[in-house]
Design a protein around this ligand. Structure first.
Ligand code: ADP
Ligand code: MG
Ligand code: ZN
Length: 487
């Protein structure tokens, strides 16, 4: 039996409770500012300090951001939600309770997709179900000095969103990718700045292991209050083998709370987990339930931005772009919008993507400008790519036209006409230039006749030079060959 245990394969099971500070001007129930870095206890009032008789009023922007997050995470938004008191005694709460949402949260049963390669993912995409995202208030922050401790209540009453995942994460790497995507998403949607340095994201990491193939969950270990993603990854890289080793030795793991010590790189027991009923949750009597109307929800739905991953997929699907280009436009939203407008103005997508990603990006960065500073329109860029595609100008001339267009915003067609840049495809004129090239470069002519086909390139280059880049290069090549073989 012991032999079997030692040989058994185990798999980790991880679920996260992620707390993010919402990006509101004021706190959750009062008018105190939601700011970082103010001197201790300067952003407080009777409401957030919980003085008897002080009445809270819900911050509507926090409710909006909560529902917006729910929609981003494909959650159901119940038409009835409420607030509850979670009662406990600890110096970081002067009220002796924290307002949260217990059994009727504002959002539930959603999912999030993220890019990840490995166990738990298929085709580079992982999907994790979200149990709920509910609204609660932050508490004060304790600081321990040599001979005393202090509490700063500036953070007390700041709106927090707790996003709970199902236990579906399968590795430290996958958990890291989940956290990265989740916070990028929330920052992108303006829900939270997700600034880790400022403690805006904190998570509780729940992890257990079980024999491969087992469907029941093992005893969970909760690692509390992690405030860096690399810390989460390292804590899991420590904790998973620790649990597996314990099981292999035949030990039984018990549910417990542990603390990660970043310096020594280990987790250690903290205290056994309180059962939920220890908190004696009860409905918050001073706050109305939150029952969004259909029209309010409709407004929220209209505010949901396109998810970065959806955007990437759409660029591949609708414009036939390679993954790399789509990835670029997912990160550079303004350039992606410019590209889309150019395609809608009639340009071909791949050449346009090349222009934007290579040329436009380079000129913007060389001049420290943004898309908003551009003198030319997406339609004009489309026109430029069409001029090249139809062979009216060479790609070299296109660069020249682009420079003029960049400076003046003049339309490419007009630039080409005004400066006489149209490609010469008149066989007679080009043949004349070919003769001149052959006369000027006896070396390459000789080489070509001896069978060195590559020598044709020097001659072609000469024709292009003589034509100031306007000769149709393909035609020039054909005519050169004809003349050389003839004579
Ligand atoms: P509570 O914190 O109230 O005890 P739950 O245990 O239901 O709540 O879930 C808290 C988090 O722990 C969730 O993210 C959930 O996915 C995760 N979780 C629950 N059970 C396990 C387990 N056995 N192993 C790993 N994660 C778990
Ligand atoms: Mg918990
Ligand atoms: Zn206040």
């Amino acid at each position: 039996m012991a032999y079997l245990k030692g040989a058994m394969e185990y798999e980790p099971v991880i679920g996260l409770e992620t707390h993010v500070q919402l990006k509101t001007r004021t706190k959750m129930w009062c008018g105190c500012a939601n700011v970082y870095g103010a001197p201790p206890n300067t952003q407080v009032c009777p409401v957030c300090l919980g003085f008897p008789g002080a009445l809270p009023v819900a911050n509507e922007e926090a409710l909006r951001l909560t529902v917006l997050t729910g929609l981003l995470l494909h959650c159901e938004i119940p038409r009835f939600a409420k607030f509850d008191r979670k009662n406990y005694f600890y110096p970081d709460s002067s009220k002796n309770y924290q307002v949260t949402q217990y059994d009727r949260p504002s959002t539930r049963e959603g999912w999030m997709e993220f890019e990840f390669d490995g166990e738990g993912a298929a085709d580079g995409i992982a999907r994790v179900r979200i149990t709920r995202a509910h609204l609660e208030e932050d508490v004060g922050k304790s600081t321990h000095f040599d001979r005393h401790s202090g509490v700063d209540f500036n953070r007390a009453g700041v709106p927090l969103l707790e996003i709970v995942s199902e236990p579906e994460l399968r590795s430290a790497e996958m958990t890291y990718a989940y956290l990265k995507t989740l916070t990028q998403l929330l920052a992108h949607a303006g829900v939270s700045d997700c600034d880790l340095e400022k403690g805006m994201v904190r998570c509780d990491v729940n992890v257990s292991v079980r024999p491969k193939g087992e469907t029941r969950l093992g005893a969970k270990i909760e690692i509390k209050n992690m405030n860096s993603f690399s810390g989460v990854r390292r804590a899991l890289e420590y904790e998973i083998p620790r649990q597996i080793a314990a099981l292999r030795r035949g030990e039984t793991l018990r549910q417990e709370t542990r603390r990660w010590d970043d310096d020594s790189g280990i987790t250690e027991p903290m205290r056994t987990k309180e059962d939920a009923h220890d908190y004696r949750y009860f409905p918050e009597p001073d706050l109305m339930p939150f029952a969004p109307t259909e029209s309010w929800l409709e407004e929220m739905r209209a505010r949901v931005p396109e998810l970065p991953l959806d955007r990437k997929r759409r660029f591949v699907r609708d414009y036939g772009l390679p993954e790399g280009d789509a990835e670029f436009f997912r990160h550079h939203v303004e350039l992606g919008n410019f590209f889309e407008q150019a395609v809608k103005a009639g340009g071909a997508s791949k050449p346009l993507a090349n222009w934007v990603i290579n040329t436009l990006v380079a000129s913007l960065s060389a001049q420290a400008k943004t898309v908003a500073d551009l003198r030319f329109t997406p339609g004009q860029l489309a026109e430029l790519t069409e001029l090249t595609a139809s062979g009216r100008i060479s790609s070299k001339i296109a660069q020249e036209v682009y420079t003029v267009m960049w400076d003046s915003g003049e339309a490419p067609n007009s630039i080409v006409a005004r400066l006489g840049l149209a490609q010469v495809s008149d066989a007679g004129a080009i043949e004349e230039l070919c003769r001149q090239a052959i006369a000027a470069l006896p070396g390459p002519v000789d080489d070509f006749r001896k069978g060195k086909v590559a020598a044709l390139n020097s001659l072609k280059g000469q024709v292009m030079k003589l034509s100031k880049g306007k000769a149709n290069p393909q035609l020039a090549g054909e005519l050169l060959e004809k003349l050389l073989r003839a004579g």
